[in-house]
Design a binder for this molecule. Structure first.
Ligand SMILES: [Zn+2]
Length: 154
């Protein structure tokens, strides 16, 4: 299962649960479901559970971790999601899954005003070289990177 809440992964690492049948240690990659259900200890209560399939004997193990309602779980996941997004934004990263290397589109943070300013600026410059110079390149560097040094086309 992908995107298991971080605190679940952490709990699993700390508790180091093992299979009832074969005693194999259960890892977060063995988790097949997380959710909220009526507690089997007392059906008046709801608790958070993780369902794990043992990678050795295929035994299904359901662990009730703590009392938690569906609303609590949703809030927990939402707050974790927004934390992740904030951290990604801070690092300037885009969402990327390890399995699927395809870039996930994120909302552009460029405002209409910035687009207008850039477009105005682009119209004000005469050549590609001027553009590169305005980005901070020196004319020498531009010459160095030019594919065809005597190509005068812009
Ligand atoms: Zn097992």
């Amino acid at each position: 299962m992908k995107n298991i809440p971080k605190w679940v992964v952490k709990t699993m690492r700390i508790e180091n649960f093992s299979c009832n049948e074969c005693n194999k240690s259960l890892k977060e990659k063995d988790v097949i479901a997380v959710g909220v259900r009526n507690s089997h200890k007392d059906r008046k209560y709801e608790s958070f559970f993780i369902e794990i399939m043992c990678s050795k004997c295929d035994e299904i193990i359901i662990l009730e971790l703590k009392d938690m309602s569906l609303v609590d779980l949703s809030l927990e996941i939402l707050s974790e999601q927004s934390e992740i997004e904030i951290r990604r934004e801070e690092r300037g990263e885009m969402e990327e899954s390890n399995v699927n290397k395809k870039r996930v589109k994120t909302k552009s943070k460029i405002t209409q005003k910035e687009i207008k300013e850039v477009s105005k600026f682009l119209k004000s410059i005469d050549s590609h070289d001027d553009f590169l110079i305005s980005l901070g390149m020196t004319p020498e560097e531009i010459d160095e990177y030019k594919f065809k040094p005597d190509n005068t086309d812009i």
